[in-house]
Design a binder for this molecule. Sequence first.
Ligand code: NAD
Length: 433
Amino acid sequence: MKIAVIGTGYVGLTTGVGLAEIGHKVVCIDREESKINKLKNGQLPFFEQNLEELCGKNSKNGRIAFDSDMKEAVGNADLIIIAVGTPPHPITKEADMKYIHAAATELADFLQGYTVVATKSTVPVGTGDDIETLIKKKNPKADFDVVSLPEFLREGFAVHDFFHPDRIIVGANSERAFNVIKNLYSYFADKTKILHVQRRSAETIKYAANAFLAMKIHYVNELADFCEKTDVDIFEVAQGIGADTRIGDKFLQPGPGYGGSCFPKDTLAMAYMARQNNVEMGLINTVIQGNNKRKKDMAERILLSVKGIENPKIAVWGLAFKAGTDDCRESPAIDILAQLLENKANICVYDPKAMEKAKILLGNKVSFAENMYTAVQGADVLVILTEWQEFKETDLEKVAGAMRTKTILDFRNCLDKEKVKAGGFAYRGIGRK
Ligand code: NAD
């Protein structure tokens, strides 16, 4: 099948590369020429495990190509996948549809023959209807269907998730369009449940799933606070409740709050849609407020740990919103750092992958260390904010030798509490006394 993917971000590029790998012919399009040039030279515009190798392989065998102009690729395509960003609107916090509308308007002119236009971006209910209207207005003769194909990949595991999806949701209002998508995913036919639903249901499923997961994270964070006050270990509690198949053991790791490019914006967008439809969804509002407070609480814990020290130095390990990615969008680390900076803290940071992205957000307000050990040089507290494997394998003696005051705040529970204490550190994890 010939496919044009619009947007070469985490979702668009992973989808394009995955579809090429299972045998389709794909052109990935991005309006940012610098990204396309990088891709043509075999480089990725972001970090995602195993994607560069797979992308290079499929470029070489001619199954994937890159372009900044959509005319030719869209004209030749049986299927167009829209995977552009839907960030929160700066004022209303609803999903901002400007990139979706621009992409739909632009592609309309180039459609030839029957084409399915699929949205992989996370979009509010009714967006498929809007895209249909926009295309019809621009190109009344076009023969097309619009479907919703919500994406559930996790950054850091995106390639794995492409090949091992829990389920594939297809929001198609016509059998003709559904059959095109069935054909697209024929590789998965005997491996994965393909669920055919109405387009509006598919659009809602994505928000409903993300809001639920955000709620689960917030719940375990609240439980962790409870455990800290009652001399209970959150690990044991999470294990105990996670073993119940009705609850499940995923998303039960407490931390500094959820972040990333999806949960914060999707919970806000869901809350906005509920308000617009006069539906009371108090749970989501509580989660959003609770998560914001969580990050403030974490910043306060850090400031408290250096109270009374003259010109304290704070070392931070981890800037990405989670391990396995360089994505710092809505990273709890960035929000926590912003609050520390308001208090004029002297901060040195390190992240194995996210330094470049973080520099764009933090500028010269913090210093960027060459490695994890130089970051802790002369520090009065080490704060761990992302659960990278290399932090779990820390040489504690080296850290102890470098720090001025031996205090560790481990907001991802990366370290072995007993070993850290044996190393002479004052240690505080999350959800443990
Ligand atoms: P991203 O910001 O990384 O990438 C979007 C890309 O689209 C950018 O490269 C941008 O230049 C390009 N673009 C924007 N408008 C364009 C246009 N008119 N023509 C061509 N290119 C255009 O975004 P992302 O993280 O890949 O997310 C994309 C969508 O997928 C969002 O709606 C997001 O909510 C959803 N989603 C993301 C994830 C995730 O983990 N990142 C997971 C599931 C769903």
